[in-house]
Structures are given as C-alpha cells and as structure tokens.
Design a protein around this ligand. Structure first.
Ligand SMILES: [Zn+2]
Length: 130
C-alpha cells in the first residue's frame, strides 16, 4: 500500500506542476461555449470517424478540431474553434494519434495501444499495419 500511495502522490505533484505552468482550460479555448458545442457534437455524432473508416464502431470520447484553431502567435481563431463543420468525433486513441502527429512531433513516435476486434493494431505505425 505505501508504494501505491507514493506513485499517486508523485502523479498528482507532476500534474499540479504542469497545471501551474499552463493557462486555464478556458484561456486555451475550452470554455463553456466549447463544452456545450462538444456535448452537442458527441450527441449527434457518437462514433469515432477514424474507426468507422476502418469498419469498426467505436464510441467517440473526444471531439477534435479538424483544422487547428490556435494561431501560430498563440491567439485563438474563434470562428474555427466554434465552427461545427470543423469538428469530428474520435475515440481517445485516434485523437491522441492525431494530436501527436500534428501538434507534438516530439511525441510522434509514441505508440497507441489497442487493436480492432480482429486483432489489427489501431496504431497505424505498428509494424503489422505495413
Ligand atoms: Zn477511433
């Protein structure tokens, strides 16, 4: 038990440190307007579009901006941020893959875990996928 407590304590401390250095969710563009739009989008489009493209029905947990709403100067393009046509529903694995590929090239090599019902890896970079 003490070992588990130390692991959780370390995780919380790291998380707090990251939150302090980062602007609030609202300042990053995830305000009440976004939350409302996100819920409406997930209600209307409950399945991951990338999984559907692979013939798999997976419940979406994330709403992705197809085109980035954050400008290169750090500003926010509100028209893109709240444009329903700029949104797509994704499962967390596919959203992480897209985010890593587009926004975090330093993490692009990270692996996405999981597979389809027939055992095909979800990670498009997996050696079995080539
Ligand atoms: Zn998916």
């Amino acid at each position: 038990m003490p070992r588990e407590q130390s692991i959780h304590a370390a995780g919380r401390g790291e998380s707090r440190g990251q939150q302090c250095a980062r602007p609030s969710a609202a300042k990053r563009g995830y305000d009440k307007h976004w939350k409302r739009l996100r819920l409406a989008h997930l209600s209307a489009h409950p399945l991951c579009v990338d999984c559907l493209a692979q013939g798999i029905s997976t419940a979406a947990s994330d709403v992705d901006h197809i085109r980035k709403f954050k400008k290169n100067d750090g500003g926010i393009d509100d028209a893109l941020r709240l444009d329903p046509a700029n949104l797509q529903s994704l499962c967390h694995s596919h959203h992480s893959m897209k985010t890593n590929r587009n926004d975090r090239p330093d993490r692009a090599a990270s692996k996405v875990k999981g597979c389809t019902a027939d055992g095909t890896p979800i990670d498009e970079a997996h050696p079995w996928s080539t």
